[in-house]
Design a protein around this ligand. Structure first.
Ligand SMILES: [Zn+2]
Ligand SMILES: [Zn+2]
Length: 144
């Protein structure tokens, strides 16, 4: 009878330790999974961070990468600047309106065509060339 109780207790004990081990394992697994998830989310966030306003980022094959658009210098348009070669145009060919003083414009490095900053940003999110002359703005070295 005593032996019986002893084995029962021992059995009970092993079941308990086994259960504890399983719980520990499950907890460890969940922690691991959570950590991996967290890391993965952070990584994918970091790679697409600047593209907050473009949920259709699958269209990157057509448009320019946001990072490239962001590094294009913004110039504050001044009618007085037109004289010194920086800006050779006075009209945005995308929205067809004249540039006004203190408006933000971007000059395309490849062809010197000038557009409103917002107009060309929007254009380049779906296209990779100049709207007027179709000069490619995609970097040659690597697909960004
Ligand atoms: Zn415009
Ligand atoms: Zn052009």
């Amino acid at each position: 009878m005593v032996a019986c109780i002893e084995t029962l207790l021992r059995d009970n004990e092993t079941v308990k330790t086994r259960a504890t081990r399983v719980v520990v394992l499950i907890t460890a697994f969940f922690l691991c999974a959570q950590w991996i998830c967290h890391r993965y989310r952070r990584l994918s966030n970091a790679s697409s961070a600047p593209a907050t306003m473009a949920p259709v980022q699958q269209a990157t094959s057509l448009g320019l990468h946001q990072a490239i658009i962001n590094v294009m210098p913004i110039i504050i348009f001044m009618t007085t600047n037109v004289a010194d070669d920086v800006i050779v145009e006075t009209e945005c060919s995308i929205c067809l309106s004249l540039f006004e003083d203190e408006e933000k414009v971007k000059v395309l490095a490849v062809c010197n065509h000038v557009y409103h900053s917002e107009c060309i940003d929007m254009w380049l999110s779906t296209q990779s060339s100049c709207p007027v002359c179709r000069a490619s703005l995609r970097p040659q070295s690597n697909e960004l």
